[in-house]
Write a protein that binds this ligand. Sequence first.
Ligand code: B12
Length: 214
Amino acid sequence: MDYFLAKCSEAVSKYDTELAASLAEEALTKGVDPMRAIEEGFAKGLEKAGTLWEEGTYFLPELMMASEAMKTAMAILKPALEERSLKMKRLGKVVIGTVEGDIHDIGKSLVASMLSAGGFDVVDLGADVSVENFVKAATREEADLVCMSALLTTTMPAQQRIIQAVKKAKPRKLPRTMIGGAPTSDSWAAEIGADAYAPDAVNALNVAKRLMSS
Ligand code: B12
């Protein structure tokens, strides 16, 4: 298993999209937990590609190709995650997106998949989502929870603007709010009035469940 997960990681870090796709298919036929294949396999490869980029070994095109390999694998595994979700008790409705000015969507998509696999109905707004579109979707969907991802220090303040705008819009049902993304933290959540922060997809599901029951 560890060898298989290491191969998944390497396919992404060496930006081999074809191999990543065939390993994702293999994970399905072998019955590997799709979330495990993503978190302990493919995502580790992206982390490695990120480190190589930070060191100056990789350039942006290589990092983008590694991201594509990761996304291809995730797309193949997604139906298996959704199938698992259908069997679960519904926990609430989530609106999720990456904030405006920020195109990093891999972590956000992972959180969306995890929440969906855990029994939430998830409306994924994508990346670079304006404050206005977050508010519109939260109101339209009567969301229980609004989740905001930011990967850049320069885009973190948009999380605060969204929280304020959602409150100001006074939707019929005021949703709870959860933030995440590498530069964010518990203390940032407290500072901007978010109900919660989670460091990764697994914790995001646990925290979201807790928010729904409190
Ligand atoms: C892949 C990547 C890219 C890809 C993105 C592809 C895509 N479609 O997403 C590309 C190449 C396009 C890219 C572009 C840029 N990037 Co970039 N990128 C990364 C990298 C290497 C990995 C991010 C990633 O996907 N990680 C894997 C996922 C699974 O992890 P994650 O995103 O952290 O998500 C997890 C948690 O944070 C959490 N989480 C995430 N969202 C949410 C939301 C909620 C609600 C919750 C609860 C939890 C949660 O759960 C996730 C799963 O466990 C990071 C470095 C790093 N180590 O983070 C830099 C990084 C984020 N990028 C960086 C930069 C500077 C840029 C660019 C400005 C570069 C440039 N000069 O053009 C542009 C930005 C463009 C823009 N306007 O957004 C910097 C940001 C620095 C900063 N602090 O501001 C980083 C940190 C690299 C660095 N050290 O310099 N990037």
